[in-house]
Design a protein around this ligand. Structure first.
Ligand SMILES: *Cc1c(COP(=O)(O)O)cnc(C)c1O
Length: 459
């Protein structure tokens, strides 16, 4: 597969270059495959049922062809996914797709684990280790740390702002041993990011170590997220023959939704999407007004979606015109009060405990299923709710089958869920284990010279 650059369609690179460099250093653009081949979904079944691993292998093949041999790809995928997405029917016409069964209990495990293994594959035969430096404000760091833990040839240093992430998030970052370690920086997330960026441009340091990032815009994180859209839509189709399928995606940087678009291009039976956001409503506003206005992010209860300038907007706008987006997407946004009410409403009417991110998607889908797209007159886009846009599938919305993506386990946001429902969600065993581990974070001043000296002495 050839990959091109969202800012220069003449650019052509292979998968290895796209993975190892993350983004174009020339234009600052993002890599996208030049095509999304339609594939034969019949090879994604096992014993008559859709099979996640088979879907993953079939979908990944065209993107790594000629660079990762089939046998290595199969081994890579099996090693990346000892867990599966789970499609759970919560009421008539609505499924929740649980993406939280990986080691860090959030959907980012799907992308990060594939990326780590692809990097490790490409690092074989190179001289020495590849050092990954990541700055994190929370969830990305734990998915990356966990995904790279014990992966051959790779070594990871995570920087996070001391005292500015939740105690559980801190445990998930600071308890690794071996090839992954965390530095708790006396500063903000921006300070952490600046230390990492300075290291990348430090010629002296780069002469000593091979450095790379594990950025969320890496194409090797997006492609594997398409696997679960394919798997879940095939499963929903098998259980609801003849029905249209609409997927509602709680979104921040819109990487997850972009992965859904890729899966649909490749033949996943998905009629349309609902782009659901919290108060960071840059994309709903773009769909409503035709104007894309990035803005500073606002803090919300669905904090992994607190993004005012979604990085994958650039990929979506490269792949589709705004008119095409409007035909394919409904859009919706919800404020904090709505998030609490949605968690409670979901619990009360279906018995299902949903996390604050999934709650945004649940409410969006409930409103649409109950006819929100039928009356778009006089909508004020500065108030939470449906965006005044009628996608092509609006007439079929009430009879469609909805898949609501649940991107994290509710136990990761236990206090908010308890506020909404009165009950603390049960803590999965793998989170309990992490909470009992000793904290190994290394204190670090917000000072580049000290950070560099530490790297030189310790990597
Ligand atoms: C990262 C994250 C999101 C947002 O995903 P994007 O791909 O950035 O749109 C939603 N929910 C949770 C729990 C996340 O960690």
């Amino acid at each position: 597969m050839t990959y091109t650059d969202t800012r220069d369609s003449e650019a052509k690179v292979d998968f290895k270059t796209a993975v190892m460099s993350g983004m174009s250093s020339v234009t600052g653009g993002l890599y996208v495959p030049v095509e999304f081949p339609k594939i034969d979904t019949s090879k994604m079944f096992k014993d008559g049922k859709p099979d996640f691993i088979s879907a993953a292998i079939q979908m990944a093949k065209p993107y790594v062809e000629g660079e990762i041999p089939d046998a290595d790809l199969e081994a890579l995928i099996k090693d990346a996914y000892p867990f599966e997405p789970k499609l759970v029917k919560i009421e008539d016409g609505t499924y929740v797709l649980e993406l939280s069964h990986g080691p860090t209990c959030a959907f980012k495990d799907f992308g990060a684990r594939f990326m780590a293994r692809a990097m490790s594959f490409f690092n074989r035969g190179e001289n020495g280790k590849l050092h990954i430096l990541v700055a994190t404000s929370g969830d990305t760091g734990s998915a990356v740390g966990s995904a790279f833990h014990n992966v051959e040839g790779l070594d990871v240093t995570i920087l996070y702002p001391e005292g500015k992430i939740s105690p559980l998030q801190e445990k998930q970052l600071s308890t690794f041993t071996g090839n992954v370690r965390a530095l708790k920086v006396k500063g903000t997330f921006d300070d952490c990011q600046k230390l990492v960026k300075t290291a990348f441009t430090d010629k002296d340091l780069r002469a000593k170590f091979r450095l790379s990032s594990a950025n969320s815009i890496n194409i090797s994180r997006l492609l594997p997220q398409g696997f679960y859209y394919m798997y879940a839509s095939l499963l929903a189709q098998a259980e609801n023959p003849g029905k249209e399928i609409v997927v509602t995606v709680p979104s921040g940087n819109f990487g997850n939704l972009t992965s859904g678009l890729i899966a649909r291009e490749m033949g996943a039976p998905i009629t349309g999407f609902v782009a659901a956001t919290n108060s960071n409503r840059t994309i709903p506003d773009w769909i409503a007004t035709s104007e894309y206005k990035a803005r500073p992010s606002v803090e919300t209860y669905a904090n992994a979606m607190d993004v005012g300038a979604p990085s994958n907007y650039e990929r979506i706008a490269y792949m589709y015109t705004l008119e095409e987006v409007r035909r394919l997407f409904a859009a919706y946004w919800l404020d904090n009060d709505g998030i609490i009410k949605s968690i409670k409403a979901c619990k009360d009417s279906t018995g299902y405990t949903i996390d604050p991110h999934g709650a945004v998607a649940y409410k969006a889908w409930e409103d649409i299923k109950n006819g929100a797209l039928d009356n778009l007159e006089g909508i004020d886009i500065t108030k939470p709710g449906i965006t005044p846009n009628r996608p092509d599938w609006a007439d079929k919305a009430k009879s469609a089958v909805g898949i609501v993506l649940e991107t994290a386990d509710p136990a990761k946001f236990s206090a908010i869920v308890k506020d909404a429902t009165g009950a603390e969600p049960p803590i999965p065993e793998r989170l309990q284990k992490v909470m009992a581990l000793p904290d190994r974070a290394i204190p670090m001043e917000n000072d580049y010279a000290k950070f560099k000296a530490w790297l030189v002495a310790n990597l």
